[in-house]
Design a protein. Structure first.
Length: 400
């Protein structure tokens, strides 16, 4: 597939995702709302329709993301420890600061304290959907940075769920998950290159993780770690699987999840200014941008890690804003954090409001930021060496 076709495909997938989420909001606030909610809660075997989408199909989405990150981690732009350091620092700060902002915004209310982790996660699907709409104006390295930050803090969010929101962990199921994952890793270690053994093990791993009490979508990331990368090979098992499932995920699973999860009934605009929605919205919008951008800036100026050279600081700021789209995991944590359905609904409203604000402003910032050129790079290097008064012409600076 050509680069132009790939860019067009991502843009179309992003548009489809946005349309699905908008349709869900419209239906949930229309006379057909009860049909929508009845459909989501209709039993389909052992689970409801909503849980099949959110817990089972989204595990395939996380599998795709895991494959992409693993490829970049070992055979792409994150192949060195230096390149990995920055997104890990940004992800850690991008989880801690939103939680603090939430606590402050809700006045440390003990009734609402269990919602501290709601704004800590980033929704990869929606963030990438917004990024796809920007097209070529968004440098390729911004997607790698954004995906890596998002997957790290989603893994962190799953760990938080396991530690703070899981009432009963099934130790037997956890052990079974470890055994199945070890078996998949052994297949890789002994050179099994066919995909079918891994694909047979994947649903078993998902079921074991699901039974353990931990959010089942983490099974997708774990499975991706076990599939052979074949460093340098154009048609390795990992790259082949990534290529095959990508269109199914982006044009099928992700829009379906958007439709089944974005439908929140809003009865009054006053609901937006309640302490819980305000705390979550500010955590996502302000906390994420402060945490992610602030961490990248501090790491860069301190020499701990450097920002990607082909990104302007406005690109980093735009990506930090997009990290405030907390749709998937934030909605899930909100349902776990509160037993009162009123608070659950308020948490959903806050998540949608904060995510929408972060997405719109992040999109605007990235669209208005022009790509960095080689001359700009030379000027930035000159300014770092000679200070802010470096000559306009970088060649003059080099001659000093």
């Amino acid at each position: 597939m050509s680069a132009a076709n790939a860019s067009s495909g991502e843009r179309n997938a992003g548009l489809l995702l946005m349309a699905a989420a908008a349709a869900a909001l419209l239906v949930a606030n229309s006379p057909f709302a009860h049909f929508y909610h009845d459909l989501l809660h209709a039993p389909l075997g052992p689970l409801t329709v909503h849980y099949w989408v959110a817990d089972a199909l989204m595990a395939v989405f996380f599998l795709l993301v895991g494959l992409e990150v693993k490829r970049e981690w070992y055979d792409g732009q994150l192949a060195s420890p230096e390149a990995r350091r920055l997104p890990m620092i940004a992800a850690a700060a991008g989880m801690a600061v939103p939680a603090l902002v939430y606590k402050v915004a809700t006045g440390f209310d003990p009734v609402l304290r269990s919602g501290w982790a709601i704004p800590a996660a980033t929704d990869i699907a929606f963030a990438l959907g917004v990024l796809a709409l920007i097209g070529r104006r968004a440098p390729a390295s911004i997607k790698v940075l954004l995906v890596t930050i998002a997957i790290i803090d989603d893994i962190g969010a799953v760990a938080i769920i396991a530690l703070f929101y899981t009432a009963d962990l099934n130790v037997t199921a956890l052990a079974a998950s470890a055994v199945i994952l070890a078996g998949m890793a052994a297949l890789n270690m002994f050179g099994v290159r066919r995909l079918w053994p891994y694909l047979l093990a994947f649903p078993l791993l998902w079921f074991a993780v699901f039974q353990s009490g931990i959010h089942a979508t983490i099974a997708g990331v774990l499975a991706a770690l076990a599939i052979p990368l074949g460093k340098g090979e154009p048609r390795s098992p990992l790259k082949l699987l990534e290529h095959r499932i990508h269109p199914w995920v982006m044009f099928g699973i992700v829009p379906l999840f958007g439709f089944t999860s974005a439908g929140v009934t809003i009865t009054s605009l006053s609901e937006l200014v309640m302490p819980l929605p305000i705390g979550i919205a500010l955590g996502l919008f302000l906390g994420k941008q402060i945490g992610v951008f602030g961490a990248v800036w501090l790491a860069h100026v301190s020499g701990l890690a450097r920002k990607p050279e082909h990104l302007r600081w406005l690109h980093i700021y735009g990506a930090a804003l997009l990290c405030g789209i907390g749709f998937t995991m934030s909605l899930f944590i909100g349902e776990l954090a509160f037993a009162d359905q009123i608070l659950v609904d308020e948490a959903k409203i806050g998540t949608l409001a904060g995510s929408l604000l972060a997405g719109l402003i992040g999109y605007t910032v990235l669209v208005l930021t022009r790509p960095i050129s080689e001359t700009d790079l030379e000027r930035e290097e000159a300014e770092e060496v000679f200070g802010e008064d470096a000559d306009e012409d970088p060649t003059v600076c080099r001659d000093r």
